[in-house]
Ligand binder design. Structure first.
Ligand code: SAM
Ligand code: DTB
Ligand code: SF4
Length: 331
């Protein structure tokens, strides 16, 4: 009969890489985490989680699409690309007052962070001037501010910082090996370059990716290797389960099993022990019990509010009821 493994044998302390703030993770090591028996993986993820966080507290970010659709980029997952016929109605940059009204509503509902998304390849200077006013206004409401505007040019991140931006979201999306199947109009290095600019400007980094795009487990591990080896690691790591939208090239891709999604969350927690791991897109399609497993695996942030950017998210009431069942309190 198998001997039970002593708990201390499962705790995991990764040595720091020389002269760095974070441990360096190899592809093999991350694949080995994915390959652990499910219960061992969750135990290890929970152990790491509890070293750095209260496991019953979850951070709430509300999203608003401030500029929707008509994007020139070709990201194969995205309903907002002008190249795909997805039925998304394009909308120019929203007036400031409407953005602030949405932010006030988010705050009243209990969100601590407000994230403004724009379907751009990247902002032009005159766009940025308007977004800066939105950031300053949202910040003045007492919310943390986040923006996701695409690729930045030198100097822009500093302007956003000065306007009061706390976080910039820019995802690596997938492993470098898978990336060219998904996006043709910007390279992996372009993404890393924007992330560098954000970091250098002193803005917190929110960087994650999408799973369920037909990638292999090795490629899921490859994405997490990239995220874990950003130095310093991102403060927030959103893990999105692909929302399949008709008209996009990925509309009919075979998704991943719920257990593999939970594993991805658990591995993210282990390799980025101090980051907020966000259970992001895909929650509306996910049974509550699977979401509960994600929290158990170390997810400690969600998108909160009935809409992501163009697709649905669970109603706030439903999330509050779920939190009640799980004794989770918002941060
Ligand atoms: N246009 C900017 C950019 O791409 O850099 C910012 C907004 S873009 C919609 C933000 C992120 O949303 C993408 O990088 C991608 O990771 C995620 N996303 C977009 N469509 C998605 C989908 N159908 N399912 C899951 N995540 C998605
Ligand atoms: C992130 O990682 N996921 C969010 C946010 N950052 C901007 C976006 C999810 C979008 C899902 C598809 C949609 O609603 O258009
Ligand atoms: Fe445009 Fe962003 Fe969608 Fe890519 S993910 S098509 S850049 S809105």
């Amino acid at each position: 009969m198998n001997q039970p493994v002593a708990p201390h044998a499962l705790t995991f302390h990764k040595p720091l890489k020389p002269h760095a703030e974070v441990a360096r993770w190899s592809q093999d090591e991350v694949e080995a985490l994915f390959a652990l028996p499910f219960n061992d993986l969750l135990f290890r993820a929970q152990t790491v989680h509890r070293e750095h966080f209260d496991p019953s507290r979850v951070q709430l970010s509300t999203l608003l699409s401030v500029k929707t659709g008509g994007c020139p980029e070709d990201c194969g997952y995205c309903p907002q690309s002008v190249r795909y016929d997805t039925g998304v109605t394009s909308q120019e940059l929203m007036p400031l007052e409407e953005v602030l009204a949405a932010a006030e509503a988010a705050r009243a509902a209990g969100a601590s962070r407000f994230c403004m998304g724009a379907a751009w390849r990247g902002p032009k200077q005159r766009d940025l001037d308007q977004v800066k006013q939105m950031i300053a206004g949202v910040k003045a409401l007492g919310l943390e501010t986040c923006a996701t505007l695409g690729m930045l040019k030198e100097g822009m991140a500093g302007q956003l910082k000065d306007a009061g931006l706390d976080y910039y979201n820019h995802n690596l999306d997938t492993a470098p090996e898978k990336y060219d199947d998904i996006v043709g109009t910007r390279g992996y290095d372009d993404r890393l370059d924007t992330l560098r600019q954000v970091r250098e400007a002193g803005v917190n980094v929110c960087c994650g990716g999408i799973v369920g795009m037909g990638e292999s487990r090795e490629e899921r591990a490859g994405l997490l290797v990239q995220l874990a080896n950003l130095d310093p690691q991102p403060e927030s790591v959103p893990i999105n389960n692909l929302v399949k939208v008709e008209g996009t090239p990925l509309a009919d891709v075979e998704g991943i099993d719920w257990s593999e999604f939970v594993r991805t969350i658990a591995v993210a927690r282990i390799v980025a022990p101090k980051s907020f791991v966000r259970l992001s897109a895909g929650r509306q399609q996910m049974p509550e019990a699977v979401q509960a497993l994600c929290f158990l695996a170390g997810a400690n942030s969600i998108f909160y509010g009935d809409k992501l950017l163009t697709t649905g998210n669970p109603e706030a009431d439903r999330d509050r009821a779920l939190f009640d069942k799980l004794d989770i309190r918002p941060l």
